[in-house]
Design a protein around this ligand. Structure first.
Ligand SMILES: C[S@@+](CC[C@H](N)C(=O)[O-])C[C@H]1O[C@@H](n2cnc3c(N)ncnc32)[C@H](O)[C@@H]1O
Length: 404
């Protein structure tokens, strides 16, 4: 598959930084670029890259902003780590990985390319973290490049997945580039999951029948998740699954529903998105005595006491998410194989690495190696090749116009 693309002997070359297992690179190769080198610090990622894409990938620490030797190319692509910026993580402003974007910018400018692409999560555009992105724009502008931030949803590139990512595109001032991708028709999760059973990397994690995880899974319908944070049809609450979490009376369930609402409505702190609730607030809201029921719910483990207030013991926000097969998948991340996080749309099991790779639009010929959790990390970290293709094509079209 890849060698075919490389055989096209593109006259346009690219250098890949933080290449991972090569999702973004595959897209650039499919768009007609030839890779000259790819670097990543993670040996397993490089091994997977070398086996599936080509032996131009090397283990290298990019944190000092230098390559093992001087390299020049037409385009530099870099998907530096997102952990310090992601709203799923701690968003540590001092995470040392946040500075790797600047290393990529430095290496990029030194390679004197016609264009550069820096990819990250949308969290990099929010709050104090945006300083890293703004600084990258400023450094690239000072080096003579025009820049633009593009937000792309993988769905618009043909991947059946909501995955929005920020791309900083930089291009030499003297050529015209309109930073807009060609949108593709939306595909569905059901399409992506078809005919995988005989393929490599299809070993989904099953749930022990009669175990509590399986019992929870049987209660979650497509489009739903286990969630005590919000009401509505998409949320299945722990008190709706008595066989796992224990019986409750209708009065106790009324109290749990009430606390679920009030903990987000009556705010006491300026951080987080919910606070413990006082029994008095519950009493005022329900206009009835609540002490006995609250005591019983603490005993049953549904509520916990926090000073003079109570809160739900488990919020389970977004656990056991089961997507609709005729819609888009949730974002594929490193936990995608864990059924306690993500369930297959119509089977009581988690996804396999192959299914995750299909949703990310990796070709079936890409075979992943290594411990299963690490394979999920490789796939979840990757930019869907279709996203790489859309950006690669946008840049290639602009560069070709210049040569006409
Ligand atoms: C978001 S992933 C890149 C995914 C890749 N662009 C793709 O599409 O498959 C970030 C990568 O940065 C690598 N990385 C982290 N710190 C690094 C460092 N100091 N030097 C080189 N690579 C590093 C990680 O190993 C990881 O593979």
């Amino acid at each position: 598959m890849i060698s075919e693309a490389q055989e096209q002997k593109s006259s346009l070359s690219f250098l890949s930084l933080f290449s991972g297992c090569g999702g973004l690179d595959l897209g650039f190769i499919q768009a007609g670029f030839g890779p000259i080198a790819a670097f990543d610090i993670w040996p397993l990622a490089v091994e997977n890259y070398r086996t599936n894409i080509g032996d131009h990938a090397h283990v290298w620490d990019l944190s000092n902003g230098q390559l093992p030797s001087e390299l020049y190319c037409d385009v530099v692509v870099a998907g530096s780590p997102c952990q310090g910026f992601s709203t799923v993580g701690k968003r540590d402003i001092d995470d040392p990985r946040n500075h790797l974007l600047q290393s990529a910018v430095k290496i990029g400018i030194n390679a004197k390319p016609k264009a550069m692409v820096f990819e990250n999560v949308l969290g990099i555009l929010q709050g104090d973290h945006k300083a890293h992105w703004d600084r990258a724009h400023a450094q690239l502008n000072a080096a003579g490049y025009k820049t633009s931030t593009l937000i792309i949803d993988a769905r618009d590139t043909g991947a059946p997945q909501s995955r929005k990512r920020a791309f900083l595109i930089a291009w030499e001032k003297h050529f015209e580039l309109t930073p807009v991708i060609e949108k593709q028709n939306h595909s569905t999760l059901g399409d992506a999951l078809r005919n995988v059973s005989t393929l490599a990397n299809h070993e989904p994690r099953s749930l022990l029948i009669d175990g509590s995880e399986y019992k929870i899974a049987t209660k979650i319908k497509p489009g739903q998740k286990l969630c005590n944070v919000r009401g509505g049809e998409a949320s299945v609450h722990t008190w709706n699954i008595p066989e796992v979490f224990g019986d409750t009376t209708p009065e106790e369930r009324e109290i749990l529903q009430c606390i679920m609402k009030l903990r987000r409505r009556i705010r006491r702190r300026s951080f987080g998105d919910a606070d413990p609730v006082t029994p008095r607030d519950v009493y005022l809201n329900l206009q009835r005595k609540v002490t006995t029921d609250i005591k019983s719910l603490i005993k049953k483990g549904y509520l916990r006491k926090i000073e003079d207030s109570v809160d739900l013991t488990n919020t389970f926000n977004g656990k056991y998410r089961r997507p609709l097969s005729n819609g888009a998948s949730h974002t594929v991340d490193s936990r995608f194989g864990d059924p306690r996080c993500f369930l297959h749309p119509n089977e009581h099991r988690g996804f396999s690495v192959r299914e995750a790779a299909r949703i990310q639009k990796f070709p079936d010929s890409y075979v992943f190696h290594g411990p299963i959790d690490e394979q999920f990390r490789l796939v979840g970290n990757a930019v869907p090749p279709t996203m790489g293709f859309a950006i690669g094509k946008m840049i290639k079209d602009a560069l070709s116009r210049e040569h006409k």
